[in-house]
Design a protein around this ligand. Structure first.
Ligand SMILES: *Cc1c(COP(=O)(O)O)cnc(C)c1O
Length: 354
């Protein structure tokens, strides 16, 4: 840190992304990426012509992509916002909707919410999850703050039903409710239809997890026209070209390949349930998950040690140091073969060899 950094950032801890080590070939189960490649038509969507067109700026309105997403969800293009990953959208949302009345979100959730709140000087109330790690929707009734909830939540994988989301939205008419649906395609119940009924609901989605495009950096949001227009205002005051030409083209091809992605999600869900059962046979506690990861602990090995021992065996999972969850590891669901290798390594570690 230099002495020039604005004082208000002195105490801010930047977000720490999952590690992406290059020292060996790991089975990567630590950042919730898809183990599958994008659809064939996405892989072949780019040509030399697209690269040569990089001399031109991208379309700041992302017209074609928005229209495709609008058609997919049966909304208008004015109800769609697209940006450089959903982190970008969440950042804009704290920036745009958090400053006047503050924000609230669970104590155990996506770590970036806290960082965005600090970045923008937004007063943040962190509301403890229940003992069983579920979100108690009653805690969010009539808060009068920006409400941000990941549904399914991370790193637990647990979700709350649509009617509870609606209660939260309905009872906070003067603030925005952001529902981060990064993992909804793996079993959660989407609330995007409610954006037609309520003018304060913003649903944030990403191409990074279920659309196998984490490195492309593409996120989108579905919301009422007013909120979408506000986000556009912030985007045009920051970086209008934040979705590059190549990624926009890949995103368009992705929307056209819905069926391929539905099949991949179904595979991941079935592998998730298989992995959960295998760990339970080994006396692990595994939280109910509607996401492409599971959150699990065992009494046999400390969370941090399990993480380190798996890494030695070439398998990366994610461990968080926070007191309430330090016994757990978050394990991204890979291919069936990867999960078989994972379960085998776990068995070796807890000394229960086959
Ligand atoms: C991965 C993740 C995101 C970020 O996704 P990007 O679109 O890659 O920026 C947002 N929210 C949650 C809860 C996530 O887990």
């Amino acid at each position: 840190m230099s002495r020039y950094l604005s004082k208000r950032y002195n105490d801010m801890d930047a977000y720490v992304p999952g590690e992406q080590p290059r020292d060996m070939d790991y089975i990567k189960l630590n950042t919730n990426e898809s183990p599958y490649p994008p659809a064939p038509q996405v892989i072949s969507a780019l040509s030399g012509e697209d690269v040569s067109l990089l001399r031109l700026y991208s379309d700041p309105t992302c017209k074609v992509l928005k229209e495709k997403l609008a058609a997919l969800y049966g909304v208008k293009a004015e109800n769609i916002f697209v940006s450089n990953g959903s982190d970008d959208i969440l950042n804009f949302a704290f920036f745009a909707f958090g400053k006047d009345k503050g924000a609230c979100f669970p104590d155990i959730t996506y770590g970036f919410y806290k960082v965005f709140a600090q970045l923008h000087g937004v007063d943040a109330q962190q509301i403890p999850l229940k003992e069983d790690f579920s979100v108690d929707y009653e805690d969010y009734i009539g808060k009068g703050r920006l409400v941000v909830i990941a549904n399914p939540n991370a790193p637990t994988g647990m979700s709350i039903p649509l009617w509870q989301i609606e209660e939260i939205v309905k009872t906070n008419p003067d603030t925005v409710v952001v529902i981060d649906e990064a993992y909804v395609d793996f079993g959660g119940e989407s609330c995007y239809r409610l954006t037609e009924k309520y003018d304060n609901l913003l649903v944030v989605r990403t191409f990074s997890k279920s659309r196998c495009l984490a490195g492309g950096r593409l996120g989108y949001a579905i919301g009422p026209e007013g909120i979408i227009a506000d986000l556009e205002k912030i985007k045009y005051s920051t970086n209008p070209y934040n979705v590059n030409r190549l990624t926009a083209t890949l995103g368009e091809a992705t929307v056209d390949a819905e069926e391929y992605y539905r099949e991949r999600c179904a595979e991941i869900i079935s592998t998730r349930e298989w992995t959960k059962k295998e760990l339970e046979k080994l006396s692990f506690t595994v939280l109910e998950s509607d996401a492409n990861f599971i959150f699990a602990k065992t009494d046999a090995v400390r969370g941090e040690d399990m993480y380190a021992l798996l890494k030695k065996k070439g398998i990366l999972v994610r461990h968080f140091g926070a007191e309430r969850i330090k016994d757990y590891n978050r394990i991204t669901i890979g291919t069936k073969e990867q999960m078989e290798a994972f379960v085998k390594a776990v068995k070796e570690i807890i000394g229960e060899k086959e």
